[in-house]
Ligand binder design. Structure first.
Ligand code: SF4
Length: 400
């Protein structure tokens, strides 16, 4: 059963599969570490006023970026909102801001650090705000994978493409091997470019796509016309990725076994159910959803695409949206003249995005006002150089 968001809102039930976060001490982990800040209480009645005062005191010294999946209480203080690609560009376009406060997750703050100058400091309000998908591809696993491709005799005809949702180390690996970063908005262009480097979509060259198997598969099959048989899934937890040399040699798309814990929960059954419940409804999903969900939907696209589709939709039209709930709730609130449903009643918020709340933002801003820089994200200079090469390659893609 779906949830109609803008006339009789029912909060979807919590998923039991929430990630355990903030329990580690490994600073290189995407899931981050426990945040030990002296946070104000969430119940502090002066919290919003404290945020206003601190924000005003920082003035132009700080620029606050808010990802679409952030809570409303955080978005209220964002200078700009957007998806990871738009926010990375916004960060790069603010050379005068001393502090970039990134209300998003760890890999986004890393990209902002890579794209901003050495004089600027990028801050993540909660160090435990990582991304479970990015955590599914560790650099040592990717290097092992490349060794497997080399042993299979195909590394020379394989180009790595990494989704924006990956660590700086994976982006650097991609830059070192002449590949490119991509986003959910430009995955088709990026994949066509990548195949062109190794003989074209109709040739025999290959792409190693990391870390989201669904975005890679959906783009290859729906946009480029490749088949399911052209795609293999490399499982980093199995010897040789769980694939034979022949399977690797026959493949065109080598998909990393990673996925988004939020989008991966939508099912084909959700689509069938909503169509039965609301005849004529438009089903609009994010390309991080599974292939069968995307194939059953009417429209597929990035968060920016989803927002644009609803902005342009006819009054009275019905929409079921399959993406993170904070965004869908805001889209529903912005369009009371349209019937907006959540595609599933049990999908949870992105638990890592949700870690950033107003107490963390107040703590970060008051610390800066007091002259203390906390939770700064700094990418190793060599990784930053090569990751920048891969990011610049993405920005140079045609049509961007
Ligand atoms: S929604 Fe998915 S891909 Fe995005 S930050 Fe959360 S876990 Fe990562």
């Amino acid at each position: 059963m779906s949830t109609l968001l803008n006339s009789s809102f029912t909060e979807p039930s919590a998923s039991p599969a929430l990630l355990l976060l903030g329990q580690k001490t490994d600073l290189s982990s995407e899931r981050g570490v426990e945040c030990t800040g002296d946070l104000p209480a969430a119940s502090d009645p002066d919290l919003v006023e404290r945020a206003r005062v601190a924000r005003a005191a920082l003035g132009d010294r700080a620029f606050i970026l808010g990802h679409h999946y952030q809570r409303d209480e955080v978005i209220d203080f964002a200078d700009v909102t957007g998806d990871s690609f738009k926010l990375a560009r916004e960060a790069a376009a603010r050379p005068d801001a001393e502090f970039i406060i990134f209300c998003g997750v760890h890999f986004m703050a890393e990209s902002a650090d890579i794209l901003t100058s050495d004089d600027q400091q990028v801050i993540l309000p909660d160090l435990a705000a990582g991304c479970s998908m990015a955590d599914m591809a560790a650099i040592n696993q990717v290097e092992d994978c490349w060794d497997v491709l080399t042993d299979a005799g195909i590394a020379d005809v394989t180009l790595p493409v990494t989704y924006m949702n990956s660590t700086a180390a994976i982006k650097a690996f991609t830059g070192r091997h002449a590949g490119t970063v991509c986003t959910s908005s430009n995955a088709e262009v990026a994949l066509r470019w990548a195949f062109d480097q190794v003989g074209g979509v109709d040739g025999t060259g290959k792409v190693l796509f990391m870390p989201d198997q669904h975005l890679g598969r959906n783009t290859a099959m729906i946009k480029l016309g490749l088949t399911a048989e052209d795609c293999v899934v490399y499982d980093p937890r199995k010897p040789g990725g769980g694939l034979t040399t022949q399977q690797l040699q026959d493949a065109r798309m080598i998909l990393w076994r990673g996925h988004c814990s939020v989008h991966g929960r939508f099912s084909e059954r959700n689509v069938t159910d909503i169509r039965a419940a609301v005849p004529g409804i438009n089903v609009l999903v994010h390309p991080e959803c599974k292939n069968e969900v995307v194939a059953a939907a009417d429209f597929v696209g990035s968060t920016e695409y989803i927002i644009t589709m609803l902005n342009n939709a006819e009054p009275g039209s019905s929409w079921a949206i399959g993406t993170e709930l904070n965004l869908v709730r805001r889209v529903a609130a912005a369009h009371p003249d349209k019937n907006v449903h959540y595609l599933d009643s049990t999908v949870c918020f992105c638990s890592t995005m949700n870690r950033i709340d107003l107490p963390h933002l107040v703590w970060i801003m008051e610390s800066l006002v007091a002259g203390r820089v906390t939770n700064q994200i700094v990418v190793d200079s060599d990784d930053a150089h090569w990751a920048r090469v891969a990011l610049d390659q993405m920005l140079a893609l045609p049509g961007l």
